[in-house]
Design a binder for this molecule. Structure first.
Ligand SMILES: [Zn+2]
Length: 277
């Protein structure tokens, strides 16, 4: 692990369901996170758009690749509705795919796949999306899957982009039951030879009341580099009175750490960890 302390993965804050009890009152939310497995060899990270992974989890993923864990990305769209500049719109998916591959390289991830046939802003929980995510799970056979929360976060609007909610729900349906049921999407086995696979653990990002915090303070510079690779999405930050990318991240990650009761100045990425055995 080198410079990563053993506590790197282990800070669980129980401010939610077992803390003040509020999450039981506000309705649909997650149970307290489980303690993550320690024998993970492969992690599949699924996202709706280029840059989602880097905002939510790039620091955590760098910790994993540094520890020798193999990480693959599957991104459902090429972010064709994103961006802030005047370039011809047909260039955007090409630019954003290249940006995502560069960002992945910053955190030690080479295996990056983009699904075809899905448009930014128009992702729905369809049978086809479940099949395509099932295919990636059966192909990579991960012990852990990371993805967007299918539950809406009512406190902040941006993490609950409808594409994120749709990918989160389709992903959970792929994890259970599709990937582990050899009779689901029978063409995957019959034509492509992809046998069933059970994913035992899922990490969700962007949902309500996340209670599993990963301290990324010491590798913040790597996360900042990964996000900076998304030039078309972040280069406008810091001009005309907006926060710079760095300030925005420090605010967001510092708030996560404070929520978990970490020492002031620490930075954390926030998840909910679900057992899907
Ligand atoms: Zn997104």
């Amino acid at each position: 692990m080198g410079k990563f302390p053993t506590a790197f993965y282990g800070t669980v804050s129980q401010g939610g369901a077992e803390g003040n009890g509020l999450s039981n009152i506000v309705g649909m939310t997650f149970p307290p996170s489980v303690i993550p497995a320690t024998d993970v060899e492969r992690v599949l990270v699924v996202a709706a758009h280029p840059d989602d992974i880097d905002f939510g989890a790039a620091g955590t993923i760098y910790g994993w690749t540094q520890a020798g864990i193999e990480v693959a990305y599957c991104i459902v769209t090429r972010g064709d509705a994103g961006g802030f500049d005047d370039r011809p719109r047909e260039q955007m998916p090409i630019v954003r795919e290249a940006e995502q591959r560069a960002a992945a390289a910053e955190v030690g991830v080479k295996d990056v796949c983009f699904l075809d046939g899905y448009s930014d802003g128009a992702v729905y929980v369809t049978h086809e999306l479940r099949r395509d995510l099932t295919r990636e799970i059966r192909r990579f056979r991960p012990q852990r899957v990371v993805g967007p929360s299918p539950l809406r976060n009512w406190e902040r609007i941006a993490p609950s982009h409808p594409d994120h909610l749709a990918v989160g729900e389709a992903l959970m349906r792929a994890v259970y039951p599709d990937a582990r049921n050899r009779f689901a999407h029978p063409e995957l086995l019959a034509v492509e030879g992809l046998d069933e696979w059970t994913v035992p653990e899922v990490w969700l990002s962007g949902g309500p009341n996340p209670d599993y915090m990963v301290d990324i303070t010491d590798i913040f510079d790597v996360k900042l580099k990964a996000l900076s690779a998304h030039v078309s999405q972040v280069s406008h930050l810091g001009s005309s009175g907006t926060d710079s990318l760095e300030d925005m991240l420090l605010g967001m990650l510092g708030a996560n750490a404070a929520e978990a009761g970490m020492t002031p100045g620490r930075l954390a990425e926030a998840f909910t960890v679900i057992s899907t055995r």
